[in-house]
Write a protein that binds this ligand. Structure first.
Ligand code: GLA
Length: 386
């Protein structure tokens, strides 16, 4: 548990509000091992929660005032009264993630009471490791079960956080990030069926999860993400099914040629990626890192050639890590695409080899190296002892 993060949140709380926090919650970020852009196609994903997280120190209030302090933004404050409509701000964005969840909670619990809270986190922001989903899930977990707010299951928490991001913040993301953060299991990946919402923990074999932040900023991500969603929806309509989840290789072979060639490539990525996720869950469960490595390589190629969401610097970074770890592990871009991070599953004995290879050969857009995180699969959101 990030005790230093909790201590920082507690200290800032005492300084800001003049008394101690009585409630602490945390929610982890996530890294996706395989299954990219399949969640909003009702498909399969295989992420894990990571031991980088958002922590909130809080104290429930008897009145209806919400006061939020962002420890990572120079202790900036957002304050409002739940008696008035909770509205979206032009800035800062972090405040909207809290407001969005509070507004969703109010729809379910009109008598929701106020809260003093301090937010602190150590998930790199803008790197595709779901710092925003972890914030939304943490806020929801903070209120759930308190007087004036019904208790919620982890899945209900995740879906509420997703609605807040979709409807209030305005990002059409799928449900993978929030489910990973809410339902994480230590040392396990999660095989998530994004349609049925079944979550099956899959043990991760011994070794390290390495994350390499390319420092390529994910600038175009929103418009390109929404364009990919539209193309997937167009393909599903062509096949007369609710989502690409319902299309298989045989259907693609029979009727794919009628599609616009770009849309066909998008559909082919999703159809083959779903197959790879199912195979990857089996490979992980069997402790077969070599097979997992093949599937991750195929996933990366599909993201590069069919879904067209990688960029040259990311392809280069994946190539450097692959050369260092060979067939003993796996590596691919992770997350929405157009920059961000690369994830690798690496036997412990090759961690330093991979790190040094990247240090030697990779330079980001401003000449800097990649930042390397070695992490463990972590438990999902929940309370922390005070
Ligand atoms: C982002 C979204 C997720 C998912 C991934 C791509 O992280 O928030 O819902 O669609 O991109 O797999």
């Amino acid at each position: 548990m990030s005790t230093s993060l909790q201590a920082r949140a507690a200290d800032v709380f005492a300084a800001a509000f003049g008394h101690s926090a009585t409630r602490f919650v945390q929610a982890p970020g996530r890294v996706n091992l395989i299954g990219e852009h399949t969640d909003y196609n009702d498909g399969l994903v295989l992420p894990c929660a990571i031991d980088y997280r958002t922590v909130i120190a809080a104290r429930p209030r008897a009145d209806r005032v919400v006061r939020v302090v962002a420890a990572d933004y120079d202790d900036a404050v957002d304050e409002y009264d739940l008696a008035a409509p909770v509205t979206r701000l032009a800035a800062p964005m972090w405040a909207n993630y809290v407001r969005g969840v509070v507004r969703e909670l109010l729809l379910l619990n009109p008598q929701l009471r106020g809260m003093d809270m301090v937010i602190a986190g150590d998930i790199p922001q803008g790197a595709g490791l779901s710092s925003s989903a972890s914030l939304s899930v943490a806020v929801c977990s903070l209120f759930a079960g308190l007087p004036g707010c019904a208790a919620m299951t982890p899945i209900a928490t995740a879906l509420l956080a997703q609605r807040a991001e979709n409807d209030f913040v305005g990002c059409r993301c799928g449900n993978m990030d929030q489910i990973s953060s809410a339902c994480g299991v230590a040392d396990h990946a999660l095989l998530i069926d994004c349609r049925s919402l079944a979550v099956q923990p899959v043990p991760i074999p011994a070794g390290a999860i390495m994350i390499f932040d390319s420092h390529v900023s994910r600038g175009l991500v929103d418009s390109a993400y929404n364009e990919r969603r539209r193309q997937c929806e167009e393909a599903a309509r062509h096949f007369g099914v609710p989502a690409l989840r319902d299309v298989d290789a045989a259907m693609l072979a029979a009727r794919g040629a009628e599609l616009d060639p770009v849309v066909l490539r998008r559909a082919r990525h999703v159809v083959t990626e779903n197959e790879r996720v199912a195979a990857a869950a089996q490979a992980l469960a069997a402790g077969d890192l070599a097979r997992m490595g093949e599937l991750m390589t195929a996933s990366h190629a599909s993201m590069r050639d069919d879904f067209e969401i990688t960029v040259p610097a990311i392809d280069q970074l994946v190539g450097i890590v692959k050369e260092a770890i060979g067939t003993a592990g796996g590596v691919r871009m992770t997350g929405g695409g157009f920059g961000g991070c690369v994830v690798a599953l690496v036997p412990d004995g090759l961690v330093e080899t991979a790190r040094q290879a990247v240090e030697r050969a990779y330079r980001g857009p401003r000449g800097e190296g990649a930042t390397v995180y070695v992490c463990r699969a972590a438990a999902g959101a929940g309370g922390m002892a005070g």
